[in-house]
Structure formats: C-alpha cells, structure tokens
Design a binder for this molecule. Structure first.
Ligand SMILES: Cc1cc2nc3c(=O)[nH]c(=O)nc-3n(C[C@H](O)[C@H](O)[C@H](O)COP(=O)(O)O)c2cc1C
Length: 354
C-alpha cells in the first residue's frame, strides 16, 4: 500500500494500525532550530483522543507521543523526526464479527477486494486512529508557522447548524464545551442530540469549519497545486469526510458576479472575502476559511444487513466502542492537516523568487 506520505518539503509519512503495537510517523523536512513546546503537542493529541468526553468513543487511550529522533535539547535538528504512539487499549475480540463480514459503508469490503487480506481488528489501517500521527506533525508545524494561526470548530451536527460566519463568532468559546462549537447554547443542543443518537445505537454527521489568519500573500502554486486544491486534498484524506468547500463555496452559485466579486481597498485587501483568502490558487493575504463535511460514521449499534466474505447477506449486530459523531474529535485533525499544507507552502515559497 503506497501513498502513506503527504507534503513536498514538510513531508509526513504515517504507519500503523488500530490494534497493532503502535502507530506513528516520520516527518521529513522540518526546519532545524524549532524550539518545541511538547505540552502544546500533547494538548492537540488530547483534543483528538478517544474517551475524552461522554459524546465520543469510550476507548481509553492516553495517546502519549514518544519521539525517537530529530530532536536534541528540545529543538528540531533538521533530520527526520520519528515518533510513535503506543496502542494500549485494544479489544480485538470486539471486532471478531467483522472478520468474515463487511460493515456497510466502512472500508472492510474494499480493503479485502483490493488486497485479498486485511487486518480487521479495529478497522486496521482504515481506522481514524492513524490521524493521531497527523495531529503530532500538525502540532509541530503550527510551532513554526507564527504569525499564521489556524482554528477549527464544529459548525453543524446533523441539521443543528451555526448560522453565523466566523467573524461574527468568538472562536475562543469553541474549546469551552465538549462539542467544540463556539455558540454555547447551540453546543448544548448538539450535545443532547449526540447523546440521543447514541442511545438509539445510531450515528450522526456534522461540519467542521476552519479559519486561518495572518496568512502572507503568495502561498500556493498556480496550476495543479493550487492552495485550495491541496487543502481540499488534505481535508478529503481525513476518514469519513464527504465534502470540502472554501470561501463562498456551494452557496456562492446563488449570487451574480456583480454581487460575488470582492472589491479592493487601495492596499490590496478586499471589502468582502467570498474568495476565502485564495485567488488563482494563491493566498491574497485575507483570512482563509473553509468547511469540511463528515458523514454519520458506518458502525452503528443497531442490527443491519451486512455482506459476508462468501457473498451472503446476513444480519449484523454492531459491537465495540465507536463514535456516535466524529466532529468534536475531528477539529484538531482538520487543524493539523491545514497546518501541514501551510507549512509546506511556507517552505516552498522561499524558492519562488530570488
Ligand atoms: C475522529 C474520527 C473517528 C472515527 N470513529 C469511527 C468509529 O468509531 N466508527 C466508525 O465506523 N468509523 C469511524 N470513523 C470513520 C472511519 O474511519 C471511516 O468512515 C472509514 O475508514 C471509511 O472511510 P470513508 O468513510 O472515508 O469512506 C472515524 C473518523 C474520524 C475522523
């Protein structure tokens, strides 16, 4: 299975399965001399980890990162940063029922079709456990992106939607509730809804929105590696993602060009920001903002029809510890993937002109 790496200059390769001894990664291309704030890295991992609240999977994993190389006396050395996170709370027997059966809308069937063999325990490599490694690499990238800041938050759970735009919100409120929605009243409704859906043995989807501020002009490449295209690639590579839109997104089609255009101020900033901070694939210095849609995940605790390895349709009863709604845990993953993209383009920009 190739394609376990992301990025050109700041390049992350991840390894590991949900129920193997460990997951981890190698970050190649991190500049030397970055003084690392290890607490900030662990904080982002804690925002992603299972068992953190009553509305996420109850798998209990401390998700402590162990660095193996590339760091000396608290600073990056410019050599590959190897790291691992031990898997400590596997219950592989919870997954014995999916050894010969394929959960509808999970990756079980396609992995078997593609490779003829799969590590079914906890979803193996298809498990979102892999994203913890992305969070480590993203947390390190955030530390040399200054003054760029990246903040994601939950803007929808099912049909409960935040109607305000990022500039009308106090985004610091997002981390003050377990849903990670910056509207405290709506967060309560979202939490209740997720709990209700969990009781029904079901799952629900949602949207994670993200705002990137203090972006310098000129990040992104003009043709295939447009900034928004690479952000789209990054976001669509996250498990369970079904949609990506930036700037005015799909709503923008309802406007005419005369309404949609972002008119200039004399200094090149714009009066409105329907472009979402990117024009022609290149950052224009305005905030970048985008939305990422996550589906209601596949593993439900209700009975449903599944396909067996032998091609029979059978009744399957969901088992194991699963997320009823992944968006609260997806917030740091979205930030991490955005940080990888911004770090890469920041380093690449140095080669743009003499
Ligand atoms: C943070 C996070 C947690 C997830 N937890 C679960 C889970 O508990 N159960 C599940 O079936 N899928 C879960 N998923 C989604 C699966 O990993 C994903 O749906 C699966 O690999 C199939 O890929 P696809 O949905 O992208 O097609 C999670 C995704 C994320 C981002």
């Amino acid at each position: 299975m190739a394609a376990n790496s992301f990025g050109i200059l700041y390049r992350l390769t991840t390894f590991g399965e949900s129920h193997g001894p460990a997951i981890g990664g190698v970050i190649d291309g991190c500049p030397a001399g970055v003084t690392l704030d290890f607490e900030a890295i662990q904080k982002d991992l804690d925002r992603r980890k299972p068992g953190q609240s009553a509305i996420v999977t109850q798998r209990k994993e401390p998700d402590e990162v162990e660095f193996l190389s590339g760091i000396f006396e608290g600073k990056t050395t410019g050599t590959p940063i190897g790291f691992c996170i031990r898997n400590t709370n596997q219950k592989s027997q919870d997954y014995s029922h999916i050894k010969q059966q394929y959960r509808p809308s999970h990756a079980d069937y396609v992995y078997d079709e593609k490779y003829g063999f799969r590590d079914y325990r906890g979803g193996g490599r298809s498990s979102a456990r892999e994203t913890a490694s992305r969070v480590v690499a993203g947390a390190i990238a955030k530390q040399f992106l200054n003054p760029i800041t990246i903040q994601a938050y939950v803007s929808a759970v099912g049909s409960l939607q935040l109607e305000k735009s990022p500039d009308q919100l106090d985004l610091s409120l997002a981390e003050q509730n377990i849903v990670r929605c910056p509207d405290p009243q709506l967060a309560v409704q979202m939490e209740e809804y997720i709990k209700q859906v969990r009781k029904e043995g079901d799952t629900v989807g949602g949207v994670v929105s993200c705002v990137i501020k203090n972006v310098p002009k000129g990040l992104g490449a003009p043709v295939f590696d447009k900034l928004h295209a690479v952000l789209g690639h990054a976001m669509l590579s996250i498990n369970a993602v079904k949609g990506f839109e930036y700037g005015s997104g799909f709503e923008g089609i309802k406007m005419k060009g005369s309404e949609h255009n972002d008119l200039y101020h004399e200094d090149g900033t714009t009066l409105t920001n329907r472009s979402g901070g990117v024009q022609g694939g290149i950052s224009n210095g305005m905030d970048i903002y985008f939305n990422v849609a996550f589906k209601p995940v596949a593993t439900i605790m209700q009975k449903q029809e599944a396909l067996t390895h032998e091609g029979e349709l059978v009744e399957m009863q969901g088992k194991g510890r699963h997320d009823p709604c992944v968006v609260p845990r997806a917030v740091p993953i979205v930030e991490a993937m955005a940080a990888l993209v911004l770090a890469d383009f920041t380093l690449l920009k140095r080669a743009d002109k003499l």
